[in-house]
Design a binder for this molecule. Sequence first.
Ligand code: ADP
Ligand code: MG
Length: 630
Amino acid sequence: MSRLPVSSSKRVLTSSSSSSENGQDFAPAQKKLRKDPEPVRPRAAATIIGSKRPAVAASRALVLILSCFLHALSFVVSSGVLKQSIASTAAKGGNIKQPVAPAGAKAGGGGANKRHAWDLKGKVSDMEGKIRNYQTKYKSINQENEELKGTMIQSQTRVNQMEKELEMQRSQISEYEDELHALAGVRNELEKVSSEKNTLQKELSNLEGKYKVMETLRDSQETELQTLKMKLSVQESTLARLQGTLRDTEEEVRSLKETVSQQKDDLHAGEMERRRLHNTIQELKGNIRVFCRVRPLVDGGLSKHIQLPASDDKTITLAKTEESHTGKTADTHKNYNFSFDRVFGPTASQQEVFEEISLLVQSALDGYNVCCFAYGQTGSGKTYTMEGDEFDRTRGVIPRAVTQIFRAAEKLGAQGWEFNFTASFVEIYNETLRDLLYTGKASKRPEHEIRKLSNSEVTISNLTYEKVSNEDQVLGLIALANQNRSTAQTAQNDRSSRSHSVFQLDIEGVNAGRDVKCKSTLCLVDLAGSERMLKSQSQGERFKEMTAINGSLSNLGIVISALANKESYVPYRNSKLTYLLQGCLGGNSKTLMFVNIAPEPDSFGETLNSLRFASKVNDCVIGTASANRK
Ligand code: ADP
Ligand code: MG
């Protein structure tokens, strides 16, 4: 398309160069063409020629131009302009070709310039030659023009085609652009999708990792599951077997329970029977018993005047040798024989002694009141027998009895028994009561009175009754009692030897399941020294003390005798001691009297007195026992 104006201009230039052969006449036309700014102009001219004017009109115009040209030429010739022009061209030595002279002209002398002025004919013939020349040229130009027109039309058609194509391509481009735009959207979306894909891929790889872990886990769990299943099936079969066993066992348990309950009944019946039999034995032994215990000498051994037959543990002989005053007669020997339920020699241990008492302690747990006294002169071993020392081996009756009671109560607990224990510790001095478990101020120490309740139980007003459940508590109470006693005594006045100390343990037992109850009191009494003082030494306070001690001790003997003889009147009220202990004496109660003997020869008199006192009690008991046997 752009080539068209160029080719057109070339042709115009060619035509102008060829027209320049004819001098300056064509110069204006050439200038006009060169000045044309529009490259399309030649095409437009061609179009005008081609489309609006027919070829005949064109040739007429050319003839007109030629006639004008001829007129102008004649003017030039006449005025000599042409001559000048040719001369100047020749002078410049230009390459302008000489116009081809017609054959006639050549014959006429070889050139126009050489024609004579008059040779108009020649000139005309030259002109005609020229015209022919021009005509030929015109024809060729025309032909060329036609060709150009054809080319032009072709070009136009091509242009149109190309324009259409262009249009099509434009529309296609716009389509492409649209498509491109759409594709840009798609690309964005694609980018988004791809980033999403990346994220998802990461997630996927993450999940894949997790999945692998889960798979491993699942595998291990599956293995475990299999193991568990196997175990389960094993256990199920075991369970089934066990269920069978359980049924059998349950049946067995049922029958065993029946047996147990039967045996419990039997046991209870046995326990009651044991109590009855035990009591029968105790009664046969005597509800009132007397034991004699001889203390060893300070350096061990025994004095000659006390004889304990090796074959017998029930008799004691007190031998007295009286020297002849004159020396002429033989010394007189006098033996005092005594027999008791049991005689313990100086080597008898605390344990041995307790074994005999433990039967009575059992009676206390079975619901019988038990009273145990230690009688004897001061220093004969009463306190040692009742309390003993703190060491295990030398512990006395009270701690051992307490131990036995707590142990037995625990055993009976298995048979449905429940026990409550209450302890009290009282001192009777000069017929007045004193609480040995009192912990208040000395100045506020209360007075006490013995009261008999409607159920014939005896209680002491303002006394400390301490609930106890183990041996240590009781040992603590014994220590407290000893402390209370020692604060009351002075160096000159060994009060403990002139007062009775009474330890009481109230026992209450309940067997709720069998609706059985028992209640009893265990009394352990450390009596005041039984020694008699010379009347000359007994004055003032001492006399009062002595009277009180003698009174209560002899009354104790009377009461026991009365009880043993089942006398209708028992003088309990005659002393505080018997009044306090009246519930524990008599009836089904068990009474044990220890007569403690000091082995020193100078205690002979007191020993004899003690043995006589005890023997009197014992004689009564034997009498009672005989009566029971009848
Ligand atoms: P009482 O209480 O009758 O006054 P004690 O019990 O205080 O007499 O005894 C006086 C002393 O004799 C104490 O030192 C005691 O340890 C000791 N004694 C008493 N009986 C025995 C015995 N059976 N064996 C060893 N020592 C004893
Ligand atoms: Mg004592």
